[in-house]
Design a protein around this ligand. Sequence first.
Ligand code: FAD
Length: 544
Amino acid sequence: MGSIEMTNVEELDALIIGAGFSGVYQLKKLRDEGYKAKIVEAGDGYGGIWYWNRYPGARVDSHAPHYQFSDPELWKNWHWKQRFPGHAELREYFDFVAKKWDLRKDTYFNTYITSAHWDETEYKWIIKAKDGRTFKTTFFLPHTGIAASRAVPDWKGISSFKGLIVHSSYWPHDEPELKGKKIATVGTGSTGVQMSHAISKVADELVVFQRTPAMPLRMRQIDYADDEESIPKSEHEDFFKTRSVGYWGFDFNPMPKNTFDDDEASRKATYESLWKEGDFTYWLGNYADTLFSTEANHEVYKFWREKTRARINDPRLKELLAPTEQPYPFGCKRVPLEQGYFEMFNKPNVHLVDVNDTPVVEVTEKGIRTTEKEFDFDVIILATGFDAVTGGLTTIDIRGIGNQSLKEKFSQHGPTTYCGICVSGFPNMFFSYGPQAPTAFCNGPTCAELQGDWIADVMNSLRRAGISSIVADEASEKAWVDHVESVAYASLLPQAKSWYMGDGIPGKPRASQMYLGGVPNYHAKLKSCASSGYKGFRFEGLKV
Ligand code: FAD
């Protein structure tokens, strides 16, 4: 692409997309390093997914104090009200961060980015917003998150429904009345589990449409009094050091032994103690081979199944919700946390429709028709997920060297990245919490800080050397993609249909979206790349 003639263009060192954990951290970091940087955000507030996901029951499953920034200026002055904070508290936290870090002066809300094109002559990105604004920037940092592009079923008649139909992540800011209503929730992933349970408390009638049973764990929620904390402030400094070296970005790790190293009795006792934690420990802090050995995974499933079936009265529902035959490896679809999801099905006003048995035929004016019957609803809520991980990037018309399109590149074999942070052919573009990094297998803020720091370091290195652009070479990218796939295929992940593997979106190639090698290995890879003078990258354009 040649040089572009433009007027009214805002010139920047870095344009960051997204006001979630990644974008907010990046702005603070880059400003501290003296860069002229701005955030552009489609929503009109901070929080990223917590701005959008305000459906009933929406709360984080990473327990306090994990899910926050490690800056002492913040945690010394912030008090969490719950061990698992809800969406409203998380937005309050973001507003607090925005004040402390003085973010507003460098944030444009209600600004949706539609295109970003690399100008090979000037070594700059030309970025356009839907409202016509244009930015010219040396670095393009699309921290668009994993959930920026919603997935909606292509059901016949979906637009004919006369009641309220809404995707869980477009929850109306004016809270709709749900009390006494007939409500359908579609989907039983993490969102569906949280939301259905919350709605069952107010709905006159709730029908949950399930394709695949979730394997949620019981959440041990705690309300903290004003003088109570998950851990004392005096331990926070050390806690954040431990969090950043945890395999999954938490302060706990998988156990350093395999499932059958223990006999049955000790194994059961171990499962019981992990279970009691009431957080992700039973998933991510279990025996080291849990996600890698079918036999080990089956033991974990059996324990989960027995615990779960004991909470359900109806034998038909026991089988649908916690099947005798393990439907997919435990932990290879996102494990939700719940606070009464299974007991909810014991109530007379809550029903489960298995769409494998009785598929949805169409949406009508009054409700949903399955092959068995027509259900009338006042409200239909789609907890049908996202074009996860890559959708935020591919919905923007991103074009790199030679006008190549990122969307087309990713549509061939799935995402191709170098170190899960950039793409060959797309100079000076870096993203956090994106494809082929630990991402959804890492606590969110841990990932945002680790990657945000590395991105700032690259920019500093270029500035010091007087170099205009850096781009990953194809061979290094291929080696990283192969590594990501080989780790994924050594695990049980590919045996489950899930967004971790790019499933559920028509036409999306099946490939691991996640790097499963753990945060320490990932961090070591990034650090060794930097200390080798950015091996695997090419530099272009010496600044005069
Ligand atoms: P996000 O928070 O997703 O922010 C991205 C922002 O980019 C959004 O605000 C979006 O509007 C904006 N954006 C995207 N495209 C554009 C565009 N073209 N123009 C302008 N703006 C754009 N992680 C955990 O560690 N623990 C959990 O328990 C957990 N629970 C989750 C529950 C849900 C429902 C979801 C969806 C995710 C959850 N996650 C969880 C993952 C979560 O995404 C990360 O923890 C973290 O929020 C990622 O932050 P981010 O800034 O990278 O992305």
